[in-house]
Design a protein around this ligand. Structure first.
Ligand SMILES: [Zn+2]
Length: 77
């Protein structure tokens, strides 16, 4: 086992711990982001009753925000 191999292993270890540390931080950031997004959507969620269902495609949309879907017979087209 030469010194070159040991150096190679040491570099691998450094890369491994660097990547693992970054992944851990990224995971925490993602969880924080998700939590904040959930809080936001919970505070300004539209009541289901005010949603209008498209009779053709069954897509629900807020009143005045109907968008045409891919179907040719969509009434919002
Ligand atoms: Zn539609």
């Amino acid at each position: 086992m030469g010194a070159g191999f040991l150096a190679f292993v040491a570099i691998l270890a450094v890369i491994y711990f660097a990547v693992r540390g970054r992944a851990e931080r990224l995971r925490e950031q993602m969880q924080d982001l998700l939590r904040r997004a959930n809080e936001r959507s919970a505070s300004n969620r539209l009541p289901t009753e005010s949603m209008i269902k498209c009779p053709t495609c069954g897509t629900y949309s807020a009143p005045g925000q109907q968008r045409a879907c891919d179907r040719a017979d969509c009434p919002y087209r």
